[in-house]
Ligand binder design. Structure first.
Ligand code: ATP
Ligand code: MG
Length: 429
């Protein structure tokens, strides 16, 4: 369907202004779906982060399409598609390189907000204007029609984008109360895009951060992965603390960072985040269990110390502290089991690294989590914890040939086979 725009409509935001976007950066499947919807007489646009990133000259990581077609129409038009979502139904249309998400224009109705202003459901279809206004930031509410090469800007997003300003659509107080996760999104996007958060929103975030404690822990977990695994973990962490939001995600970590008896902890966290950023940028895999093991290491050590002072043996104190720290964190951000197990292993291995004699060394070396735990040990050493010689031993061990390794684990003289257990500054034989 050819939809030319008369000149008289040029100033109308609904007709859109021509923009120069390199369409080769757009997923072919997204282009195909948009053209298909147009051909069937529907409106269809690329929207959200994809458009924003294209205008900024970045390569978008996902492409979202907004349309006035109903999910069942979309499903009918494209063979390889699937309707998903119970609350709000969207359609995934598959191409050769994954899928694009097609959502029907929707409105954020006040009737669906609870007494505290929180959005409960947002499954009412609406006009494109309503669809734009229910989005979070102006730069995220631009609609691009690749067939016409036009950009629809219903909220002044283009100007903000050019000024590198993250501006909330509407009243920040209202919009952050509706969905407190938008505060985390503000920080994440500002850091990632190198945007400034508008003043009004900044002030509101500092005032309403506490609302994050009411967000379901599973949703916070998802958001945490986006915050720390996008290649900007160091800057995101600093910004979250600056705006006072980090304390609502990892309250025990925040306390441990302020604990002056645990000075190396801050260095450990920064070292680990820097390491994560380097890995992400190098395209290496990263795991949330490592991040959690680092964030909760400080609180876990503080608790171990306390339990030891209460008279528990180091081993029992350590086991209890690990268990307790993980359970306490669950109240704030959920930790899937597939993550808490490796995390415990990584912690446990920190203690087992002290046993450098006998066959058990080779068993430890074969452990599925050896590499991650060893990296963690090195980070602790770099942060100034008194484990540098231990770290060195394990580095030498790994580089050695088998004959040398056997020599290294042979127990010298008396005390052969004994395995000292170290906790804090004490070594137990
Ligand atoms: P990213 O680059 O991380 O993907 P994004 O802005 O594309 O950033 P998505 O989670 O992919 O983030 O969301 C796509 C779009 O949906 C956003 O650009 C925004 O328009 C809208 N959106 C997402 N989350 C919210 C929210 N919590 N409140 C309002 N609008 C939202
Ligand atoms: Mg996106």
């Amino acid at each position: 369907m050819k939809r030319s725009t008369p000149d008289s409509l040029k100033s109308n935001p609904h007709s859109g202004a021509r923009v120069n976007i390199d369409t080769s950066r757009i997923d072919r499947n997204a282009l195909r779906v948009i053209s298909g919807l147009h051909a069937a007489g529907f409106q269809a646009y690329l929207v959200g982060g994809g458009v924003r990133d294209l205008l900024l000259g970045l390569s978008p990581k996902d492409f979202d399409i907004a349309t006035d077609a109903h999910p069942k129409d979309v499903r009918r038009l494209f063979d390889n598609s699937r309707v998903i979502g119970r609350r709000f139904r969207i359609v995934h249309v598959y191409g050769s390189k994954g899928y694009v998400e097609v959502a029907t224009f929707r409105a954020a109705g006040r009737a669906h907000v609870n007494q505290k202003g929180r959005i409960l459901t947002d499954n009412i279809y609406g006009s494109i204007d309503e669809d734009a206004f229910r989005r979070d930031f102006t730069a995220n509410a631009l609609y691009y029609d690749p067939d016409e090469g036009r950009l629809l800007d219903l909220v002044g997003g283009r100007q903000d984008l050019d000024a590198r300003l993250l501006r909330v659509i509407g009243d920040p107080d209202l919009r952050f109360r509706e969905d407190p996760v938008r505060m985390l999104r503000a920080i994440r996007l500002a850091v990632k895009l190198d945007f400034k958060v508008e003043k009004r929103a900044e002030e509101t975030i500092c005032r309403l951060g506490h609302l994050l404690s009411e967000v379901p822990s599973a949703r916070l977990f998802d958001e945490i992965l986006k915050l720390f695994h996008a290649g900007f973990a160091v800057r995101t962490f600093s910004a979250l603390r600056e705006y006072g939001l980090f304390q609502y995600l990892f309250p025990m970590t925040e306390k441990a960072l302020e604990d002056t008896t645990l000075q190396t902890f801050t260095s450990l966290v920064y070292g680990a985040l820097q390491n994560t950023d380097e890995r992400v940028r190098a395209g290496k895999p990263v795991t949330p269990s490592f991040l959690y093991a680092v964030f909760l290491w400080g609180p876990m050590r503080i608790l171990t110390r306390q339990l030891e002072l209460d008279g528990l043996s180091p081993k029992i104190a350590h086991d209890a502290a690990m268990q307790d720290t993980i359970i306490s964190q669950l109240r704030y951000t959920s930790i899937p089991k597939r993550m808490s197990h490796p995390m415990r292993d990584m912690w446990d291995l920190q203690y087992r690294f002290y046993r450098k004699r006998g066959k058990q060394v080779f068993r430890l070396y074969q452990h599925a989590r050896f590499r991650a735990a060893y990296d963690f040990l090195c980070l602790r050493a770099q942060a100034g914890e008194p484990v540098d010689r231990l770290c060195e031993w394990w580095t030498v061990f790994q580089d050695a040939d088998e004959a040398t390794q056997r020599k290294m684990v042979r127990a010298p003289g008396r005390g052969a086979g004994k395995t000292p257990f170290k906790s804090g500054n004490r070594t137990y034989h």
